[in-house]
Design a protein around this ligand. Sequence first.
Ligand code: ATP
Length: 319
Amino acid sequence: LKSIAVMTSGGDSPGMNAAARAVVRTALYEGVKVWGIRDGYHGLLEEDMFEMQSKDVGDIIQRGGTFLGTARCKRWKTPEGRMLGYQHLVDRGIQGLCVIGGDGSLRGASLLSQETGIPIVGLPGTIDNDVWGSDYTIGCDTAANTIIDAINKLRDTASAHRRVIVMEVMGRSSGWLALVSGISGGAEYILVPESPFDLDKICEDMKAAYQEGKRYILVVVAEGAGSGQEIGDYIAQKTELDTRVSVLGHIQRGGSPSVIDRVRASQLGEQAALALISGLSDIVFGFSKGRVVSIDLHDSVNNKKKLDPEYLHLAKVLF
Ligand code: ATP
């Protein structure tokens, strides 16, 4: 192809900038025109796009968020909306599109490709690490590190006061962030939507642990497993232990991307641009066992990723 475009869509994640930058610079290196679309599918429908030069992606690799902007777009869920977006690409001679976003964004991309045949390559951009076929999504490493930072601080104060700390982290349908940050933060309990738990039994165990001299207990809850506040209230009422709840919220989305997110996002962006330029389509690039892999776009959106059973086991063993 001779002209491609790139957008970021859905929730922002640290490293999206590095990915978009790599798409743009790889395309230019290969002598291909590259357009930036602002604010995801919304911007495509509003024709908010511009042809990009190398300097347009200067000074962004270290920034969180996405310089292209992102948005949720209801009209993209209709065939008419997607057809209009396709027309706006065709009007500019754009022959292929790279969509960087979470599973919803990739689903929108998969429908566009099926309905119009335009070549599409997706990159998994979400802190949730919930895209099927890939061990990794752009931003998950930075978000996990942000959570660990908070856990370290909470542990200091929890220990001083002999408290139970319940910390709610992001993950509506995926417990990956809770699981890895719980393991690396040394949490006693990690509650995730993928695996059932018995809160009454946990409360009994907590009381017994305190009687044996335990100084504090950390519970990490993925938002999809329940509200941190409600779980904290329940624990306080059942155990009568001094219990505090912390909801980390949108802080998890921000921050300068980690080295891992910058390098991996750059690798994925390069592969996405090269694939589009050579006419490939319906691919998501991700990582498996530390290496870049290509995944079928439709398989990726039609399957639900499972939590790594080895991590789940480790969390049990190290408790
Ligand atoms: P995150 O996981 O970080 O929230 P996401 O990409 O999953 O990111 P969504 O809000 O689910 O975020 O999706 C972003 C946009 O993708 C939506 O606003 C919509 O424009 C498009 N989209 C999502 N689901 C669909 C769908 N089923 N059909 C068509 N388009 C969709």
